[in-house]
Design a protein around this ligand. Structure first.
Ligand SMILES: [Zn+2]
Ligand SMILES: [Zn+2]
Length: 264
């Protein structure tokens, strides 16, 4: 059922999405109803309106969370600076790595394009005068070269031309690179990591002695929140923080007013 769910999320067309969730329906009507209510418009490839370049993940913030929990014990200003340092490190490594790249696209995209190109030899393109071509292979697909569109939906979903599109592009004597999303280029990657996040200058700078007169004493806010950082609640974590019962009648713990047996 989990595989069907993943397949539904990745399914390129409403028909294939439907097929996947019908399979789930045959196993569990409850799961099926949950999926319908979860607004597939926001996560299923076949209904999603925007472009997300085939990225599908439920733990987008995982890296950030691990950074934040490393700095968990620190005061907030130092915590922000630790996270800034990690971001800086990430930017630096990605920038230096990409300096070595000689390909037009980032290596992972270059790899994907190569994979699609390998499938082209088994395809047959029916030439046409307009911008729409018919491509025959295991299936028959329509490629609209002007609108970067293939009926298999692969081109639109990934931002890289699918094998059908590459076949047509080849027939026209053009380069598939001219039909890839610009975000996949090595240039774009380098541009993304070209800037730095500078440290906050005042962090760790001791307050000059003579300014002590001006120092305002900051008292804690009048909240009933207990001291210390609140218990971390992370997405996906199974940990449930249980509130300790306290009785309003006798102030004892472990029971409440209605179950109080204390003699007062
Ligand atoms: Zn296609
Ligand atoms: Zn009590």
């Amino acid at each position: 059922m989990v595989e069907d769910f993943f397949a539904a999320a990745y399914a390129p067309t409403p028909e294939s999405f439907q097929r996947c969730i019908e399979s789930i329906k045959s196993i569990s009507l409850e799961a099926y109803n949950w999926i319908i209510q979860s607004e597939p418009l926001n996560w299923a490839n076949s209904y999603f309106h925007g472009a997300r370049y085939n990225h599908m993940t439920s733990n987008f913030g995982e890296l950030f969370y691990s950074w934040a929990s490393d700095a968990h014990e620190l005061p907030i200003t130092q915590m922000v600076d630790v996270i800034r340092g990690k971001i800086m490190e990430l930017i630096y490594t990605r920038r230096t790595d990409s300096i070595q790249w000689l390909t037009r696209l980032a290596p992972s995209m270059e790899e994907k394009l190569k994979k699609e190109t390998h499938k082209v030899h088994s395809l047959q393109v029916l030439l046409s005068a307009g911008s729409t071509f018919e491509v025959r292979g295991d299936t028959i697909e329509m490629v609209d070269i002007d609108h970067w569109d293939c009926s298999c939906k692969g081109w639109q979903l990934t931002g890289l031309p699918c094998c059908h599109a590459i076949a047509v592009i080849g027939c026209m004597g053009r380069s598939p690179y001219d039909y890839c999303s610009r975000y996949f280029t090595t240039d774009s990657y380098r541009l993304t990591y070209s800037e730095s996040v500078n440290p906050i200058p005042s962090v760790d700078v001791p307050v000059p002695k003579d300014s002590s007169q001006l120092t305002v004493t900051v008292t804690p806010p009048p909240t009933r929140r207990p001291p210390g950082r609140p218990t971390t609640k992370r997405y996906g974590s199974q940990e449930v923080v249980k509130r300790q019962l306290q009785c309003s009648r006798c102030k004892g713990h472990g029971h409440n007013k209605s179950t109080c047996k204390e003699f007062i």
